[in-house]
Write a protein that binds this ligand. Sequence first.
Ligand SMILES: Nc1ncnc2c1ncn2[C@@H]1O[C@H](COP(=O)(O)OP(=O)(O)OP(=O)(O)O)[C@@H](O)[C@H]1O
Ligand SMILES: [Mg+2]
Length: 218
Amino acid sequence: MSIIELNNVYYKDKKNIVLDGVYLEINKGEAVSIVGESGSGKSTLLKICSDLIEVTSGKIKYNGKDYFSYEPENLRKNISYCIQMPYLFGKTIYDNLEFPFKIRNKEVDKKKISNLLKRFNLEEEWLNKNVESLSGGEKQRVAFIRNIMFTPDVLLLDEVTSALDSTNTKIIEDYVKELNDKGVTILWVTHNKKQSETIFNRRITISKGKVEKVEELN
Ligand SMILES: Nc1ncnc2c1ncn2[C@@H]1O[C@H](COP(=O)(O)OP(=O)(O)OP(=O)(O)O)[C@@H](O)[C@H]1O
Ligand SMILES: [Mg+2]
């Protein structure tokens, strides 16, 4: 059964056709990598899938129902999108990591936060550290933790390891693989060919706003 389905999706701004009639069916539990040249429309595709932007025309469905039929908050809790340029808000790491609890009206689970910080090679003592003082790779990991604090149904990742060394990249890949083994559907945009083959069952190539190629991987 398909969890996300795009049917002839277009996204246009004033001048450009950014997505040019995309057909895509992602099955529940899949891990799919998305590759393609810079500017081909990969991030736009993830923004459409995360309901951050709306299609200009065409249809997009989640669990067989049109995105329009869902409350936007519900879509965003189930479909988590790690954006390409990590955006941290507030002042501290803690401000970012308490956020997923706050929007769900849940008590902050400090143990969970500290376990995740450790898992991703970040110091627990840094919770009150100013986000502006973090390196690019540290910001990427804090943003990643914020996105997976509550396990989503679908996880959309946009070049989330671009600023990381190989050790930290592997930690993220292993974690995403674990999530996928638990049934989380993964869509991961990457420019790294080796990475696009690591944990995925399919690879999709986007070219000039269209799905150019779909490969089954094993
Ligand atoms: N809101 C927008 N307004 C105008 N142009 C846009 C908008 N969003 C995307 N574009 C343009 O659409 C094209 C696709 O952008 P997108 O960010 O999806 O590419 P990408 O495949 O993710 O590239 P990269 O690999 O560099 O991240 C680019 O030419 C971009 O400039
Ligand atoms: Mg992009």
